[in-house]
Write a protein that binds this ligand. Structure first.
Ligand code: SF4
Ligand code: SF4
Length: 200
């Protein structure tokens, strides 16, 4: 654990560029470089081969896990035969953007800390969506997958917004401890270990 007990003016809606010695913009640049490397490895990607049909390379499941709407979230919980709360605690993280917070699937590197509020730059972590089956290059929740999975087409520049419409109240209904003004900042280090900076 790094820097436990640091008192700061940080809030989830007002992330600092520098925190605990970590320059967030450098982390974002690192992530962009990581994605460029990964894109090379996903050589069958439709976009890179002039194709207009999904080749199931998995790059989009690594680049950005799906963002389910609250209704889609419940559909996935039913599909997995667990409660929405269990789904949130086991497989989702809370991310933020300018207009507020939303839930999205965790990445494989976040399996030990899912169900927690993570600042947006923290959710740029490495690895595939937690529901991506690396052996078969398939979505483990394919039949119940959110709309974002169905509309993602790497060969098209048209981006469809997920329209997820999460509110803080909806998130708190699933994660009662969620506090939009405070949280724990987790950082994935270069060697893959996770450090925690506790924020009050
Ligand atoms: S849509 Fe996604 S999985 Fe399909 S080929 Fe493109 S990057 Fe790969
Ligand atoms: S839910 Fe399925 S399609 Fe969407 S990112 Fe995860 S593995 Fe990929």
């Amino acid at each position: 654990m790094v820097g436990a007990g640091i008192v700061t003016t940080y809030t989830m809606n007002n992330p600092l560029r520098m925190f605990g010695g970590i320059d967030i913009s450098i982390r974002r640049a690192e992530h962009r470089a990581y994605l460029a490397e990964e894109e090379e490895k996903h050589s069958e990607r439709a976009r890179n081969n002039g194709l207009k049909s999904c080749q199931r390379c998995g790059f989009c499941c690594l680049k950005q896990p799906c963002v389910p709407s609250p209704t889609e979230f419940n559909t996935v919980a039913d599909y997995l035969d667990i409660t929405p709360r269990e789904l949130a605690r086991k497989y989702a993280v809370v991310n933020e953007e300018k207009n507020g917070f939303y839930l999205l699937w965790a990445r494989e590197t976040q399996t030990d800390i899912v169900g927690r509020a993570l600042p947006y730059y923290r959710t740029y972590d490495r690895g595939y969506c937690i529901f991506f089956d690396k052996e078969y290059h398939a979505c483990k929740i394919h039949q119940a997958r959110p709309k974002t999975a169905k509309t993602t087409k790497c060969w098209s520049d048209k981006t469809e917004l997920s329209g997820a419409c999460w509110t803080t109240d909806r998130i708190k209904a699933l994660l009662p401890d969620f506090n939009p003004n405070a949280g724990d900042l987790y950082v994935v280090n270069g060697n893959g270990t996770v450090s925690l900076l506790r924020i009050f």
